[in-house]
Design a protein around this ligand. Sequence first.
Ligand SMILES: [Fe+2]
Length: 297
Amino acid sequence: MRRRRRPAPSVGRPIAAIENGTVTPEELAKLRSRGCLVVRGHFPREQALAWDRDIVDYVEGNQFFDNYRGPGDADSAGLGTHLDPGTLDLWMTTAYQKAFRHLFDGTIEQYDPWDAAHRTSGPQYPGSTMCSAFRTFQGWTALSDMDHDQGVLHTVPIPEAMVYLMLRPLLDDIADDDMCGVTVNQVFPANEKLHPLLLEALSGIPDVKAGDSVWWHADMIHSVAPIVDQQGWGNVMYIPAAPWCPRNEKYAASVLEAFRTGSSPGDFPEEHYERQWSNRFQETDLNDTGRRGLGIN
Ligand SMILES: [Fe+2]
């Protein structure tokens, strides 16, 4: 099937509209149904470009690219359609069974992808693809200008598609011991064979500028498009929206411990590059937001 190149469906709003509380009820309703948002000018462009230069100087000054031993960071190969909220734990743990109860008890119309109940304290199955934190949105901030044809993020802008994804393995054409390829230690796949109707909606984000931020519901299918003729770098900082809750309080404590020693935090490969980097960020460099995020009061 050919990917449709339809106009990007994301809601795009300047940061001032959010700060001033002038986002309209109609725009909020659109966000609830589409699950994704581009915030224009979230940070001043010059600040984002300065962050980009700082990070590049930091990693290059510490010979990161000579020592990197993780999976190849394929700027050009893209990333297939998948979602990140969990794997088999979505069906198997008590907390998620409660979060998705309407899918299985005959009240499917009442399922609300924005209802956070039972999502903020339950465990996840351990594995290299787990996310210990509870995220109301996945998100990143652009540190470079990126045109829409430069291998950007694509989403299926339907948060309620989780209903389809969760029920799909239970249909008759799927073997009893197959969960449509979902298994621990691998991202939750979505594909043309099993989810063709959903993938018809796969749509790319519009052009973004350094300082814009992009947000999408953490249950949503997404991908990064492959690219043939890349023009420059497309750097982003992945920073989701993670409200204070039992799951995030626990994870923040483990991140603080890792931060103090320059170790890789939980949920990430144990590569620990920064332990020996003398100019790494210190606790005394944190501002109030950073201190609060790590649970330091
Ligand atoms: Fe992802």
